[in-house]
Ligand binder design. Structure first.
Ligand SMILES: CC(=O)SCCNC(=O)CCNC(=O)[C@H](O)C(C)(C)COP(=O)(O)OP(=O)(O)OC[C@H]1O[C@@H](n2cnc3c(N)ncnc32)[C@H](O)[C@@H]1OP(=O)(O)O
Ligand SMILES: O=C(O)CCC(=O)C(=O)O
Ligand SMILES: [Zn+2]
Length: 470
């Protein structure tokens, strides 16, 4: 792949959602969308109907008003490859804080002596983010948690029949009694408390709403819904959060596992339905395939409202944060990772390349410069086009006409049909072509002359570098 560094390319204003004829005027009444078949719009105001105007449900949406509960140091520690020593935990906590997440959730201090000590150490860092720890719904855990110096405690207990039968073995009456005791105890210490049902989507709806209503009445700060097994789809998430929003007045958190790849979409739908807090981890690490990834969620919410997300988080810090965690758990950042994936801002096909060079918003919903990153156009392959090649010719300050660029593009394609051309290969070809034109040896379409010039260039370079060639 031959990347062209486009960091100096003109940056065009980002086209926000809702423009491009989506929420704007262009679509109304066109293509028969409003039943007008392209004819004049009805004149009577009573008959006018804008299907894209905000709906009642949109007023519930928190897509531009949410908090992130970052759980790399809790859920992330449950990732099979994770072992965080104290120093690594502190580095990760500081990097999360520098990125700007609102909350950092830590492993239960009841898990081990070191977990307790690390929790205390992170509380003492004086970070801007609020520090939470995550415990079972049990007074023993609660007593340890409130002594660590955390700003809040996240309490969880399974409510599905699976977990009631095979995990803790408790019925709803016991769960409700213990939840009340734990919540009142944590509240008495003057810190935040959240109550969450584990495996919410496989729990009985009446049980769920009833326990959430009870804990809301006694002043819990947040209730949490958890898709513990990653079985929920966006519609189910919307429906459950929307229903809960009508039942409790406290904040609503959601924790979504990614077993079927829906975790980001589910988080977005939860916000649309009125959730206020989303759990994430860096690169999504957690039990099995993990949970909603921080970077992917940020990409999704940036696409919805770039200005809000840019103002809220230090976006250029994301890459280092992900690299730090990837290194700590010995994985690579996936090539398809939103924002920081190897090819996230690389454009290849000729049709894309031409439009991107004219206006990056044509094929980009995220602006790389907002994340401290650079856009590339790849040209050394058989899908390239003369417009992309022209941009490289201009960067190299070679003087070629459009017809000459089209001619040399045909040669790039011929060579790339055999193997992908490196940046160096393409630059050499462009320079040889240019000097052939300048010297008057090469004319349009004279492939045999170009091949001879290339061969001559190759043997001259080998003569110049015999030692290197040997
Ligand atoms: C879905 C999630 O990710 S929830 C968060 C998961 N986090 C963790 O598990 C934190 C790390 N865990 C640990 O270090 C240990 O499991 C500990 C310290 C919490 C408990 O260890 P142990 O006492 O040895 O128990 P063990 O892990 O074998 O079993 C869990 C116990 O908690 C009980 N339990 C499980 N979930 C809950 C809950 N949400 N609330 C209260 N009790 C619970 C189980 O019934 C079981 O009790 P038992 O000892 O009477 O059998
Ligand atoms: O506390 C919560 O809300 C979620 C706990 C958890 O990790 C899960 O259910 O997957
Ligand atoms: Zn989880």
């Amino acid at each position: 792949m031959v990347p062209i560094d486009l960091s100096s390319a003109p940056v065009h204003p980002h086209v926000p959602n809702g423009v491009n004829g989506v929420n704007g005027k262009k679509l109304n009444g066109v293509n028969g969308v409003n039943g007008t078949n392209g004819h004049a719009t009805p004149k009577s105001p009573a008959k006018q109907f804008n299907p894209y105007a905000p709906r009642y449900a949109d007023f519930l949406s928190n897509v531009s008003n949410f908090n992130i509960i970052e759980s790399t140091l809790r859920e992330g520690e449950q990732f099979a490859n994770a072992f965080f020593d104290t120093e690594t935990k502190i580095k990760i906590a500081k990097a999360l804080d520098a990125f700007g997440v609102e909350y950092i959730e830590l492993t239960s201090p009841a898990a081990s002596e070191q977990s307790r000590a690390d929790c205390e150490a992170i509380c003492k860092l004086g970070l801007r983010a609020k520090i939470l720890t995550h415990i079972r719904c049990h007074m023993d855990d609660a007593r340890i948690a409130v002594e660590t110096g955390v700003d809040g405690v996240d309490v969880v207990i399974g409510t599905s029949s699976f977990l009631r039968e095979f995990s803790h073995g408790k019925d709803m009456a016991y769960i409700t009694r213990t939840a009340i005791e734990v919540i009142e105890f944590v509240k008495s210490k003057g810190i935040e408390v959240r109550f969450s049902s584990e495996d919410s989507f496989r729990s009985d709806l009446v049980d769920l709403l009833s326990i959430y209503q009870t804990v809301d009445k006694i002043g819990v700060n947040r209730v949490g819904i958890a898709d513990t097994v990653g079985c929920a789809n966006p519609r189910q998430v919307y429906d459950l959060v929307r229903t809960l929003r009508g039942v409790v007045s406290c904040d609503i958190e959601i924790h979504l596992h990614n077993d079927t790849g829906c975790a980001i979409a589910n988080a977005f739908c939860a916000l649309e339905a009125g959730a206020t807090h989303i759990d994430t981890s860096v690169l999504g690490i957690g039990e099995r395939v993990g949970i909603t990834p921080l970077g992917g969620l940020v990409a999704c919410l940036y696409a919805a409202n770039p200005e809000y997300v840019k103002a809220k988080y230090n976006l250029p810090a994301l890459r280092e944060l992900e690299n730090l965690v990837a290194e700590a758990v010995e994985v690579s950042v996936p090539f398809c990772n939103p924002i920081t994936g190897y090819c996230a801002f690389t454009h290849k096909a000729g049709i894309h390349a031409k439009a991107i060079l004219n206006n990056p918003s044509t094929y980009e919903i995220l602006k790389p410069e907002d994340f401290g990153l650079t856009r590339y156009v790849s040209i050394g392959h058989r899908l390239t086009g003369w417009n992309a090649v022209k941009s490289r010719v201009e960067q190299l300050q070679l003087n070629l006409t459009d017809d000459q660029i089209k001619d040399v593009t045909a040669k790039i394609k011929e060579l790339a049909d055999v193997r992908t051309q490196s940046m160096e290969d393409v630059d050499t070809l462009l320079r040889v072509y240019h000097s052939g034109v300048e010297s008057g040896e090469l004319e349009l379409g004279q492939r045999h002359v170009l091949d001879r010039l290339l061969e001559k260039h190759r043997s001259q370079s080998q003569e110049r570098m015999p030692a290197a060639a040997a």
